[in-house]
Design a protein around this ligand. Structure first.
Ligand code: BV8
Length: 228
């Protein structure tokens, strides 16, 4: 990686699959027979907040029962050792990148371990359930929602992400189906400005044709090999 200085790595649910966290579209993308796209929306939350809280309370608890896998640890090593710019843009809402030791991580779709008050806009580190409408530690209102970017909502820190992609010499996509925008469009932005683009995935993603290189296999094997 001689002429490489700036790296952007996009990760998706596939990097956490070997830790035991279900991917979105692996199990048919269903939860309690609801399509995920139908539960992860502000409309669903307005219509049936308990359903949406059940969905997120269960997943918030589940991620606290699993461990990072070899792919997370390999990226954390790269993050620690890479002297140039490096940004891990994750679509995932688990904290496995951080628990593996990565520090330059950006959660574009929010995080399970964060609660967002709809009254005072404060965000709080949060590990427990929200279904029993706990009081916001800041303003005491019982209006905490999952700090998750739902469908139809703007992903976080897109300016920062586009700036990093525009400067990238290397763009690597790991464990994502390339189904959801704007995340799935980042490879095209990177390629358009001349970055090398690499896809590491279990199967070809919807955007495979945009990548210079595609390697297929489980992230737990591909990522450590690629980092070495
Ligand atoms: C936006 C948080 C605009 C939720 C997520 C119609 C109506 C409304 C919107 C749209 C619409 N049509 C299009 C849109 C845009 C929409 C979109 O793209 N929809 C898709 C479904 C067509 N996008 C949005 O709504 C985005 N916002 O557009 O806002 C806007 C503009 C201005 C102002 C305001 C608003 C917001 C998208 C974010 C939604 N939230 N997550 C939650 O987590 O509960 S997205 C959700 O899907 C996940 O977060 C995940 O990030 C994302 C993509 O999933 P993947 O991570 O790729 O997972 P998936 O299961 O799909 O694939 C796993 C891959 O891993 C597979 O390829 C598999 O082969 C591989 N794999 C499996 N095992 C392994 C592996 N790889 C390696 N190793 C393994 N072991």
């Amino acid at each position: 990686m001689s002429n490489i200085r700036n790296i952007v790595i996009l990760t998706g649910a596939g990097i956490s699959a070997e830790s035991g966290i279900d991917t979105f579209r692996g199990g048919g993308g269903l939860w309690e027979n609801h399509r995920v796209e139908d539960v992860a929306t502000p409309e669903a939350f307005a219509r049936d907040p308990d359903l949406v809280h059940r969905f997120y309370d269960a997943r918030r608890a589940a991620i606290q029962q699993v461990e990072p896998n070899a792919a997370h640890y390999a990226l954390a090593r790269l993050d620690a050792e890479w002297e140039g710019n490096l940004l891990i843009v994750t679509q995932n809402v688990d904290d496995l990148h951080e628990r593996a030791g990565a520090s330059r991580v950006l959660h574009m779709h929010g995080e399970h371990l964060s609660a967002w008050c709809q009254s005072c806009d404060a965000r709080h580190h949060w590990r427990g359930p929200l279904i029993d409408r706990p009081a916001c530690p800041e303003c005491s209102a019982e209006t905490l929602r999952p700090d998750i970017v739902w469908f139809g909502e703007m992903p976080y820190r897109m300016e920062e992400i586009y700036a990093a992609v525009s400067e990238a010499d290397l763009f690597v996509s790991i464990g994502t189906s390339g189904a959801v925008y704007p995340a799935a469009g980042l490879v095209q932005e990177a390629a358009a400005q001349g970055a090398q683009t690499v896809e590491l995935n279990l199967e070809r993603s919807q955007g495979s044709h945009f990548f210079d290189v595609t390697r297929l296999g489980p992230a737990g094997q591909l990522v450590p090999a690629w980092v070495e």
